[in-house]
Ligand binder design. Structure first.
Ligand SMILES: *Cc1c(COP(=O)(O)O)cnc(C)c1O
Length: 405
């Protein structure tokens, strides 16, 4: 063998994760006397205070012991699992059938299916700014151009619809929306969703709605699915059990095809074909999907929403009193966006704030730059309340110390 290293494919080398690009430059303190508090990871399981329901764990034990689910399923998912998803999200106005559901490896896999079926090199898709970093990552792999439409922090992160419209051209093959939002924690009103649907209808572009945080909303807010409110705009809804059921590692997601006027039949066919590349989601988790979706006790949902709201409310109260940080109260999901008031603090920007807060206080937040939200930082609300209290005390000290004179 000659000692000449082999080249990787261009498509693999194109994959670009904006999280890594920034995070890999951040230096973690080594000998800090302060206990590390990571408010950075969007995984509700890391602290052990948010666990899946016992019922779900027992159901998984049962299917393992049965030895009946060790084989291959249909690449799009087992009929029972797909029916369970269809039943769960059907409404009288927008009924769904097994054939409208394709299962995937997590909501990430569902997004990959939907985006790959809609767009290819030379096309563009519209994605939110701030937005989840996987959207540009998938687009980079596909060679698809991302065009970022703005969300408005002063309007609880509603879409700047005029801006969205201005980005569309004949090569625009999909519009991605995300509600409740990662990283914003925002929950759109019914009126705003109807407004968005109206614009999308005029634009005549397929809509991909990332609803992985379905129903994860606080008191006084209601979750509306785009599929449910749509009269005639077809929607590909992507979702999964990762966040709602607190099992991101179980890798089960879905695409729901809500298409009453048969405008997406070719895209549907494309996704079925693409499902054959990975042969779908894990068979064990698929097998208990009907139980997860239909038999999880209501108190599980209530408790996890209550915990997230309690934590979010605490953070909002504390941070709103910190001079130098401006918090935008969330309505759901697991995140809070905080604007760093760079005119009041001796920090350059959100990345500098993140690094200094980490070095001096061992509190790790994510710089908004990762999500296209320059000047903001994102906090995950999941960690235990004692940790959040400690983090707030430290952020308060930090901002006092770094106050511009
Ligand atoms: C976590 C997350 C996903 C991915 O979910 P998985 O099922 O774990 O792949 C997709 N979209 C958003 C907005 C998320 O926050």
């Amino acid at each position: 063998m000659k000692h000449v290293p082999f080249k990787a494919s261009k498509s693999s080398m194109r994959v670009y994760n904006p999280i890594r690009a920034t995070i890999d430059t951040i230096v973690h303190p080594v000998n800090s006397d302060k206990e590390p508090i990571p408010l950075s990871i969007g995984d509700p399981t890391v602290f052990g205070n948010m666990l899946p329901h016992d019922y779900v764990k027992q159901a998984l034990h049962k299917v393992i012991d049965s030895n009946s689910f060790n084989g291959y399923f249909n690449a799009a998912g087992s009929p029972e699992a797909r029916k369970a998803v269809a039943d769960r999200f059907s409404t009288p106005k927008n009924p769904l059938w097994d054939r409208d559901v394709i299962l995937a490896s997590g909501c990430s896999g569902a997004l990959l299916l939907a985006l790959t079926a809609c767009a290819a090199a030379g096309d563009n898709v519209l994605i939110p700014r701030p937005g989840f970093s996987l959207y540009p990552t998938i687009c980079a792999y596909l060679g698809v151009e991302c065009r970022y439409y703005n969300l408005l922090p002063d309007k609880e992160w509603d879409i700047d619809l005029e801006h969205m419209k201005s980005l569309v051209d004949e090569n625009t093959k999909a519009i991605v929306v995300n509600n409740p939002s990662n990283p914003c924690g925002s929950v759109w009103s019914k009126e705003h969703i109807l407004e968005i649907l109206d614009v999308v209808k005029q634009l005549h572009v397929p809509l991909i709605s990332d609803e992985v945080y379905f129903d994860m909303v606080f008191e006084g807010k209601t979750f509306y699915s785009f599929g449910d409110l749509s009269e005639d705009v077809p929607v590909l809804i992507v979702g999964g059990i990762a966040k709602r059921y607190l099992v991101p590692g179980w890798r089960l997601g879905w695409v729901l095809i809500q298409d009453r006027h048969d405008l997406l039949s070719e895209i549907r066919q494309g996704m079925y074909k693409l499902a054959q590349l990975t042969l779908g989601a894990n068979s064990l988790v698929q097998s208990i999907l009907p139980e997860i979706l239909h038999n999880t006790p209501q108190e599980f949902y209530d408790n996890s929403n209550r915990l997230l709201e309690e934590h979010a409310t605490y953070l909002v109260q504390r941070i709103s009193k910190i001079d130098g940080m401006h918090v935008i109260p969330p309505g759901g999901a697991m995140y809070i966006m905080v604007q760093v008031e760079v005119d009041k603090l001796d920090v350059k920007d959100d990345v500098d704030f993140t690094q200094k807060l980490l070095t001096e206080e061992n509190v790790f937040v994510l710089p908004g730059t990762i999500f296209g939200a320059v000047g903001f930082v994102r906090l995950v609300v999941c960690s235990p309340l004692e940790k959040l209290k400690m983090a707030c005390d430290r952020m308060e000290d930090f901002c006092k110390r770094h106050k511009k004179l």
